[in-house]
Design a binder for this molecule. Structure first.
Ligand code: 3NM
Length: 212
């Protein structure tokens, strides 16, 4: 189970409409063809969709994931994850109480963010499936991101998490992905390293090559 989770985390693409200059459906299809292993729908922050439009886009992206057997994980919104019967839910430390999420999302993949060793130590390892650790590097994608913890911070969290599945986040790209994996992450997650490029397939392929 842990091994399976780790392979799903290898190339973890995250986005919402606010991250896309073109149709998010096209970007997701391209990224899947380029080799991503997991997708998180994160419709959040300035210019994000609300209400019906958010749900409609979620359904479209979920269908694309289903067609290609890629796990569809919802960021933060437990109601949406339940309504769509998503494959998983990812929550941060400031989002809902993790115990409540665990109770409400039985059977789903559950991801929890950790930005420090202290947060990682407090994580309910037997009730969740993976930790999202970061920001590793500076990111301009999330306005309220904490200070980067760097590779040293990642390595410290790896030490306390033993062999628990970890995906790294924040400023990860083709140039630094290998370092992040060597510092202890099982995979990298990305927004701008895919959405900022005109060809999502090529961007994802280059990330895949950089991970090898
Ligand atoms: N969460 P990019 S950093 C969504 O540290 C998100 O928890 C972060 O975007 C955290 O790959 C981040 O473009 C943004 O840097 C990641």
């Amino acid at each position: 189970m842990k091994g399976e989770m780790k392979s799903l985390l290898k190339l973890y693409f995250i986005m919402g409409s606010q991250d896309c200059q073109r149709d998010p459906r096209d970007i997701l299809r391209e990224a899947i063809h380029g080799g991503i292993t997991c997708f998180q729908y994160r419709e959040k922050g300035p210019h994000s969709l609300k209400g019906f439009q958010k749900i409609q886009l979620a359904k479209d992206l979920q269908l694309i994931c289903k067609e290609h057997q890629i796990p569809f994980i919802v960021n933060d919104d437990v109601n949406l994850a339940q309504r769509l019967n998503a494959d998983g839910i990812h929550v941060g430390q400031d989002d809902l109480n993790i115990r409540e999420v665990v109770n409400r999302c039985k059977g789903m993949i559950i991801g929890l963010s950790a930005t420090s060793v202290e947060e990682a130590i407090r994580a309910p390892f037997d009730s969740i499936d993976y930790l999202g650790v970061g920001p590793i590097y500076q990111t301009s994608t999330k306005r309220d991101a904490k200070r980067p913890i760097g590779l040293a911070g990642l390595t410290k969290i790896r030490e306390v998490a033993l062999d628990f599945p970890i995906v790294a986040i924040g400023g990860i790209n083709t140039r630094n992905l290998k370092d992040v994996l060597q510092a202890g992450a099982d995979g990298g997650s990305f927004i701008s390293a895919i959405t900022a490029y005109p060809n999502g397939t090529q961007a994802a392929k280059q990330l895949y090559n950089a991970s090898m």
